[in-house]
Design a protein around this ligand. Structure first.
Ligand SMILES: [Zn+2]
Length: 179
């Protein structure tokens, strides 16, 4: 942890500046970007947060492994044969949405920078949102399968179903508590 002084956030109007300046004065060092991968998509970047896929190194590695394992667990060979080979169609790629910002800290929602409205836990690189449908937005994620993979791949991590039935319904992987 490194305390930095933050007065005004560049690129935002006065109304969009955080109402509690101290909320943004803690910078988390050492967060790494989750790179693009073949078994998951990176989504959720907005003008307010373009660097939304940062986590501590162990979480970044775990997210890659979880997506890879889910991708393989959803392997289904269809009874469709082309050129003598079956086509497997249901390799499902996860949709990784917001993790933490590049320097950690409170995650702004629509520029509100509030502690409420979700993402209160996304401050130190140990949380990741996951779409409740796959990257094609066609197939529902099997939560039991995904949770089993998460538990197996990262001790102590678990899956949360957020805003069930609401307009922002999604899954959330919690790896650890901020220290
Ligand atoms: Zn979340």
């Amino acid at each position: 942890m490194n305390i930095i002084a933050t007065a005004q956030i560049p690129g935002f109007t006065a109304a969009q500046q955080p109402s509690h300046a101290t909320d943004l004065t803690t910078e988390v060092e050492g967060l790494q970007a989750l790179p693009a991968g073949t078994s998951y998509d990176l989504v959720g970047a907005t003008p307010f947060h373009t660097n939304n896929h940062y986590g501590i190194p162990g979480v970044v590695t775990a997210l890659q492994r979880i997506a890879y394992d889910y991708y393989n667990a959803t392997h289904r060979v269809q009874n469709i044969v082309t050129h003598g080979k079956p086509i497997d169609q249901n390799h499902m790629r996860l949709r990784y949405n917001d993790m933490s910002l590049i320097a950690g800290g409170l995650f702004d929602i629509n520029g509100q920078w509030g502690k409420t409205g979700g993402h209160a836990s996304h401050t130190c690189g140990v949380d990741a949102d996951v779409g409740n449908t796959d990257a094609t937005r066609t197939f529902s994620i099997n939560e039991d399968d995904l949770n089993n993979i998460i538990i197996n791949d990262f001790s102590g991590a678990f899956l949360i179903h957020e805003d069930r039935g609401g307009g922002n319904e999604h899954l959330h992987i919690h790896f650890a508590d901020c220290t």
